[in-house]
Design a protein around this ligand. Sequence first.
Ligand code: F6P
Length: 368
Amino acid sequence: MKSKIRRIAINTGGGDAPGLNGVIRAVVLAALARGWEVMGIRKGYLGLLDTSQLIPLTRESVRGIAHLGGTILGTSNKGNPFEMPVKLPDGEVTTVDRSAEVVENFHRLGFDALITIGGDGSMRIAHGLAEKGVPVVGVPKTIDNDLEETDVTFGFETAVSVATEAIDRLHSTAEAHERVFVVEVMGRYAGWIALASGLAGGADVILIPEIEYSLEAIARKIQDREARGRHFSIVVAAEGARPAGGELHVLGPKEAGREVRLGGIGELVAAEITAATGKETRSVVLGHLQRGGRPTAYDRLLALRFGAAAVRLVAAHKFNVMVALDPPTVRAVPLSRAIRRMKNVPLDCDMIESARELGICLGEALGE
Ligand code: F6P
């Protein structure tokens, strides 16, 4: 016989994404409606190592939060219990596995299930904990949209809207000054944000990690526009874009227990364009503007649907799964499938095809 659910825990891990508070609200309301108690764990999994900061979540705690950015629970991208950074006496930083403590604390606190909201890293941790006996349901979040098995993650649409608005705004100043602008967007190793915002915003060049770029192709596109009397151009560069045979642009060395930070490709491409074309070229890094602030209605709705669906899965004792959008419905997929690989932009997808048909340069080497 399945044990009765009485008390569940919820946390938000990894980088924040617009919509996190919507999931929390839906989980709390749907759980309270079933007579369950809900405890919020602070700062991702860190709150299951230092359990002094658990927050009881009530109807009042989640009132009016669905439209707010960030997360009322806080988050951390340095909180992987399987790889916790520790400083050695010689100053070097290494990692230790503290997952057993997390599992022990989870059971000691009398939780019957954990709903964890996060990206690929958090889902990998969730899977690891599920393998150690923690009943987990995952909720996919990331502005990068790089999680497998779900049509889309919440946060992505908001990031694309912010980037599109930025591209729209840069058009007028680019045209007024006859300049080239390179807009660097987030997305880590996937080009979803760059491709979607570049298409929607009418960029002339879009550089994504999935296609190594040729500077010659970019310069040719800008020069062709010049020849047609279009004396400005907009280039959208994903932070993970790189030149043919070149390296990823990273900000500093990788820290133990953390993902390497990407960035700087926009400035590099801008300098290369100036050198190749003689055009005055500026770069703009959109950075965390894409992650902050209120979620769009689409992301808010998706977040609420995901939260309610996660509670339904807990009620059905379906664990080691992640909720996933499979239009028109939300279904459960095994966490093992969701973390199998990263969801990159498929080169044969219609967005790539459409970009080419609209005359947008994707940085592909000339003659390809
Ligand atoms: O995964 C979301 C994301 O915003 C990526 O697009 C970006 O590379 C990374 O997080 C930035 O992380 P941080 O906020 O830790 O610098």
